[in-house]
Design a protein around this ligand. Structure first.
Ligand SMILES: Nc1ncnc2c1ncn2[C@@H]1O[C@H](COP(=O)(O)OP(=O)(O)OP(=O)(O)O)[C@@H](O)[C@H]1O
Ligand SMILES: [Mg+2]
Length: 235
């Protein structure tokens, strides 16, 4: 059984269907990248996986549990965390308070140890732990968001455009961190506009367009596929 299986899902907002008969999977310890044009339904897919939207049809299975109709707080407790595309930190709280908020669903047990684990992964956050998250740069903020999600020690981390609006150097740094997170045994499902780079890092990828799965394969295969290159990777 894959860790996450989205099986023939149709979902959207009210009566508007955005995702149509969409299937994807994530195996344990895998990085899977979703690419596709603006409005393709990538964020909608993330929200559907995380229980913020419920499918009209189809099934979502995570860690051997049917979560198709489960609420996000229950999904979190089963080991999935989500860093949304926007508003992913508490801007008026410090870095450390953000991490503590991230840990909230698990209570205070081992809080110091878990914070130390995050600071080991993101040393910059330890230096800045008393700073307000709202006063940090985009890249630092992304690290706060990822660190907060990792406070729950998830099996699967959902990242919606973790490198959006970052300088090339910071993009490299975030992708490197994502690789490290995977190396600690956490699977990652990410949506990315930096399509080429994300497919280089990913084990597998999917190309979404108009709410449908147009291409899938290993990161390498998608990068080499001329149809994917021409339409989605800028030639
Ligand atoms: N809350 C909402 N209510 C109604 N329609 C929405 C809502 N959020 C998104 N949509 C619509 O769903 C479609 C897919 O949006 P979605 O945010 O999933 O795209 P995306 O692939 O993440 O795009 P981007 O690359 O710009 O982030 C769009 O047509 C959008 O207008
Ligand atoms: Mg989006």
């Amino acid at each position: 059984m894959p860790l996450l299986q989205v099986d023939a899902v149709t979902a959207g907002y009210g009566d508007t269907e955005i995702l149509r008969n969409l299937s994807i999977k994530v195996e344990p310890n895998e990085i899977v990248s979703i690419i596709g044009p603006n409005g393709a339904g990538k964020s909608t897919l993330m929200k559907t996986v995380f229980g913020l939207l419920h499918p009209h049809q189809g099934k979502v299975t995570f860690n051997d549990q049917d979560i198709t109709h489960a609420a996000p707080y229950k999904i979190v407790l089963q080991g999935m965390c989500y860093v949304p595309q926007v508003a992913n930190v508490f801007t008026t709280l410090t870095v450390e308070e953000n991490l503590e908020m991230g840990a909230f669903p698990l209570g205070k047990a081992n809080l110091a140890e878990r914070k130390d684990g995050i600071y080991a992964m993101f040393p910059k956050l330890r230096e800045r732990r008393r700073q307000l998250a709202g006063k940090m740069s985009g890249g630092e903020r992304q690290m706060v968001a990822m660190g907060s999600a990792l406070m729950l020690n998830p099996k699967l981390l959902l990242l919606d455009e973790p490198t959006a609006a970052l300088s090339p150097k910071l993009v490299d740094e975030i992708f490197e961190r994502i690789g490290h997170i995977r190396d600690t045994g956490i699977a990652i499902l990410m949506v990315e506009q930096n399509a080429r780079q994300s497919l280089q890092l990913a084990d597998r990828g999917y190309v979404l367009a108009s709410g449908q799965n147009r291409h899938e394969g290993t990161g390498k295969d998608l990068l080499a596929d001329p149809n994917v290159g021409k339409l989605y990777l800028g030639g």
